[in-house]
Design a protein around this ligand. Structure first.
Ligand SMILES: [Zn+2]
Length: 278
């Protein structure tokens, strides 16, 4: 059983997720571990990036220079996976002295959403910062509202993957409760961006034998320390001639997600997760 079982679909403290990923990676006992972290540009995501660097990158990654270990990073509007990026990261960590050993690359993709408790219940999608109310994630809010940002065009295409109109689902109050729209847009985005990364991994041979762990996550930006929800885990074994892929976790249909709260923390399930629930 995977150590991620208790985390998938369940809001968890950032350090606990970071430590679980580290323990999971250490269990592979491979000579090189690399990492690629994708986040939104939003300044709220610095907390998530800091925790991943401190609890995963510092203990496990090779030294870049004295006292400096760091994951490959991408920060853009909406935490979009950029095609080709995982291969650049993989080449960086393909050290010559271990070219013939298998290495592990962890690809963590964080979408995000702000949370506020209100007397009417949990509220997702806006944050009070610098004295005013603002969308968080602003890029995903622009996507759902149909604003003409260049990043939105790319997000629109991703949300239509497989000819499924996920934006129509998110905008339909009968299919996605409006109070959870921003949250579930973030869940859908993380899941779809991870799928794009996985597709990219399978289309190009790595520079050296590699096991990839691709983790879609949603950061919950709170007034207190942030938390996150692990959406699923992809394992890609690219050590042989043809890559083998395994996925466990939530699906990519916003209309299928069921949301509830336990002790003030969100729990998300659908017809894919928990396994065996349908
Ligand atoms: Zn954002």
């Amino acid at each position: 059983m995977s150590s991620f079982n208790d985390l998938i679909g369940r809001e968890t403290d950032l350090p606990q997720v970071g430590r679980t990923i580290r323990l999971f990676a250490e269990a592979f006992d491979l000579p090189i571990v690399g990492a690629f972290h994708v986040t939104c540009s939003d300044e709220t995501e610095s907390e998530c990036a800091d925790v991943f660097e401190r609890l995963f990158a510092q203990p496990l990654l090779p030294s870049l220079k004295t006292e400096r270990r760091a994951p490959f990073r991408a920060a853009n509007l909406g935490a979009r996976y950029e095609p080709g990026a995982v291969h650049v990261a993989e080449e960086h960590f393909a050290a010559p002295e271990v070219q013939h050993s298998t290495k592990l690359i962890v690809v963590k993709i964080n979408s995000h959403v702000a949370f506020r408790p209100t007397p009417e219940g949990p509220q997702y999608g806006t944050l009070r910062r610098y004295g005013s109310e603002s969308d968080c994630c602003g890029a995903l809010a622009a996507l759902v509202q149909g604003s003409p940002l260049p990043a939105v065009h790319e997000l629109e295409a991703t949300f239509g993957t497989g000819r499924v109109d996920r934006l129509a689902m998110l905008r339909d109050p009968q299919r996605v409760p409006p109070e959870f729209r921003a949250l579930l847009a973030a869940v859908t985005n993380a899941r779809l961006q991870a799928a794009r990364a996985v597709l990219d991994i399978t289309e190009h041979e790595p520079a050296s034998p590699t096991i990839f762990l691709v983790l879609p996550c949603v950061t919950i930006n709170r007034q207190e320390p942030d938390t996150e929800v692990l959406i699923g885990e992809y394992g890609i074994d690219a050590t042989g001639a043809a890559p083998r892929i395994k996925y466990r976790g939530l699906g990519d249909s916003p209309a299928a997600y069921q949301v509830r709260h336990e002790h003030g923390r969100v729990v998300i399930e659908d017809d894919h997760w928990p396994e065996g629930s349908v």
